[in-house]
Structures are given as structure tokens and as C-alpha cells.
Design a protein around this ligand. Structure first.
Ligand code: KG4
Ligand code: ZN
Length: 343
């Protein structure tokens, strides 16, 4: 079964083709991605209206690219999947509209996918896919959650951020340091030449006794320190970047370990854009190896938003709930959509 996946929830247009079957792990045939980062950089963040318009420009050429790379034609597609939410309403509508129009013209069923379920299942596209059950650390630009994942569609929320997401903490801190958008990769790069112990920054909710996160206080502390730095020399900025990264990573690490301990599970899946962070990966790998816990990540290039994870999530969903794909082309999107609602 060939599944075409379309992602357009934020600032990346992604299209992919996945081959799914009744039981085996679905395989990625090809994927294409267009990142709008350069366009939004001038504004210091995503401009929703510009994002929607750019998705319109990109989605059809990307679809053609994916079809030709995999030597398939649109008539070979069995199901069209799209990101139904959460995300920017206008941006989601582009992917949903194109997917439903394609489905209607091909007379093939369509399926709306939860963006975070896409991230969550994206490690199944890697050479070392996980097995159920596992603890998932979902760390993206808009979400920071720990979930217990028993099987496809069975997600129990263990804890989440009560304010900013981890990616947001990276992005906002990077902005305060005068780095570009999106800030995570830039801050992480600068941190490489800094001293992570140079600044004493708060580790919010580290000892809260639950699995919730809070990063707003950290951002305020970074702001105070960044103001003091002013136009000071680069080394101090690198030190502040390294200290910020260390604070975020320590909280993510400790809470993940607590979640593993609480659930008694010995498998951790890390997904979402922040999962690309090298320092986070190194710390998690070391701590988990010591505890006999296996850690799984998506391939580095599939950590941030992409169409492959949407096609993959659709394929895995359809293995357990084939009736989900329907010839119902009256689409609606869900800009706000808790992942636990899927269970
Ligand atoms: O999952 P994603 O592509 O989009 C959302 O669904 O939100 O995640 C984007 C987030 C941004 O906040 C970005 O700064 C962060 O992931 N990010 C990183 C790194 N690469 C991306 N944060 C820290 N280190 C990185 N290497
Ligand atoms: Zn995402």
C-alpha cells in the first residue's frame, strides 16, 4: 500500500511516499522538503500568512519530485495523508486542501494525521527502530511532553511543560543572544566553544516530584544575564549559550530518567526538533547506557518537521485501524489538538 504524506503545519513543506503493509514496518521510498527558514529569518520568527502562501507554492512541485524520485505515478497512490493538527491554521489548511483535492481526483481515501504522532513514530523510519512499549520524550518548538507509549494510538501523558516548550527556550534564548531564527541549532553551535558552568542558571521544576516542565523562568534568567553582557566579547556569549543548553538538557535528562524509573520501562524514544541536539543525545546516551536503557532517535534529518513522519504515522495507524482512511473529502484542521485525545 502506497501512502503519500503531506506536512504543512508550520514553516516546512514536506512530502513523502511510504510503502506500508499489513504487518511489517513501513518503508520510506522518497521524501522532499522545503524549509521556509530563510524567508522568516528577516522577521525573527514564523509569519503565519507568509508560511501559508509559501506552502501553496511548494507543495505541488515537491509532490512531483517525490513521485519521480520513487518512479511512481499519482495513480499508484493508495492513501493520501496530511497533517491535520496541531499547527498554524492557515498552514494546515494548505496541506489538508491539497491532500483532499488529490484524494477526490484520484478517488482514493484520505487520512488526517496528528503532527506529534508523526514525530513520535518517526524513529520507526530509522535503521534501529524501537519496539513497544517505550517512554517518549517529545521535544519540539511548540511541545515538551513525556508519554508512555504502549502501542500505536495508545499514548498516556506523563508530564508536559506548563509554559514554554524546550525548543521555545532554545529559540528565545538564542534571540536574546542575538542569534538568528530558529535559535536551537545556532545556540547549540555557539555553545560548543563555551563553558557550561560559567553561569548559574535555574533548572525549573527539577525537583518538583512530577514529570512537568517549565522553561519560562530560565528564559528570564538568560535575559537578565544577556542584558549584563551587552556587547561584550564573544567568549562570554558562548559561555551563556553553553550554560543555557546545559540547563535545558539537564532538566530533559533528569525528567526522562524519572519517567523510565516510574514506568519501569527500559526503552526511550526521543523525537521532535530538539532531539537533534548533540549535547542532549550525548547526555541521554551516556545516562541510559549506564542504566541498561535503549535510546532511539529519528535519523538526524528527520528530527525536524518532514513529510516522511506523516506518511509513516498514517501507515502505522492504518495497520491497526484500516477504517481511518476514508473517501471523505470535507476536511477540517485542528490547530489545537492534544495528543492524548488519540488514545
Ligand atoms: O519539531 P520541530 O521541527 O517543529 C515543531 O513541531 O515545533 O522543532 C523545531 C524546534 C525549534 O525550536 C528549533 O530551535 C529546535 O527544534 N531545534 C534544536 C536543534 N535543532 C532544532 N534545538 C536544539 N538543538 C538543535 N540542534
Ligand atoms: Zn514538529
Amino acid at each position: 500500500m502506497l501512502i503519500l504524506g503531506i506536512e504543512s503545519s508550520c514553516d516546512e513543506t514536506g512530502v513523502a511516499l511510504v510503502e506500508g503493509g499489513a504487518h511489517a514496518i513501513p518503508q520510506l521510498l522518497s521524501h522532499a522538503l522545503y524549509s521556509q527558514i530563510a524567508m522568516h529569518q528577516a522577521y525573527g520568527g514564523v509569519v503565519p500568512e507568509l508560511a501559508s502562501r509559501d506552502h501553496i507554492r511548494r507543495v505541488i512541485p515537491l509532490t512531483r519530485e517525490v513521485m519521480s524520485e520513487s518512479h511512481k505515478t499519482l495513480s499508484d497512490v493508495d492513501v493520501v495523508a496530511y497533517t491535520r493538527g496541531p499547527g498554524l491554521a492557515g498552514a494546515l489548511l494548505v496541506g489538508a486542501g491539497v491532500a483532499c483535492a488529490l484524494g477526490a481526483s484520484l478517488q482514493k481515501p484520505v487520512i488526517g494525521v496528528h503532527h506529534l504522532e508523526g514525530h513520535l513514530l518517526s524513529p520507526f523510519l530509522s535503521a534501529d527502530p524501537p519496539e513497544f512499549p517505550f517512554v517518549a520524550l517529545l521535544v519540539s518548538g511548540g511541545h515538551t511532553q513525556l508519554m508512555r507509549v504502549d502501542s500505536v494510538g495508545h499514548y498516556i501523558l506523563l508530564g508536559e511543560t506548563i509554559d514554554d516548550a524546550a525548543g521555545e527556550a532554545f529559540d528565545k534564548s538564542a534571540k536574546l543572544l542575538g542569534l538568528g531564527y530558529p535559535g536551537g541549532p545556532a545556540l547549540s553551535k555557539l555553545a560548543e566553544s563555551g563553558d557550561p558552568t560559567a553561569f548559574k542558571l535555574p533548572r525549573p521544576l527539577l525537583h518538583s516530584g512530577n514529570l512537568d516542565f517549565s522553561f519560562a523562568g530560565l528564559k528570564t534568567a538568560v535575559m537578565t544575564q544577556a542584558k549584563k553582557l551587552g556587547d561584550s566579547i564573544d567568549q562570554r556569549k558562548a559561555d551563556l549559550a553553553a550554560s543555557t543548553e546545559a540547563a535545558i538538557v539537564e532538566v530533559l535528562l533528569k525528567k526522562s530518567l524519572t519517567a523510565l524509573q516510574d514506568t519501569g520501562l527500559n526503552r526511550l524514544v526521543v523525537a521532535g526538533g530538539v532531539g537533534a541536539n548533540r549535547h542532549l543525545r550525548a547526555q541521554l546516551n551516556a545516562a541510559c547506557a549506564w542504566r541498561g536503557v535503549r535510546v532511539h532517535y529519528p535519523e538526524l534529518h528527520l528530527c525536524t518537521d518532514n513529510g516522511a513522519m506523516i506518511a509513516m504515522a498514517a501507515a502505522m495507524r492504518l495497520q491497526v485501524q484500516p477504517a481511518l482512511a476514508q473517501k471523505n473529502y470535507g476536511f477540517d484542521v485542528k490547530p489545537r489538538w492534544p495528543l492524548a485525545d488519540l488514545s
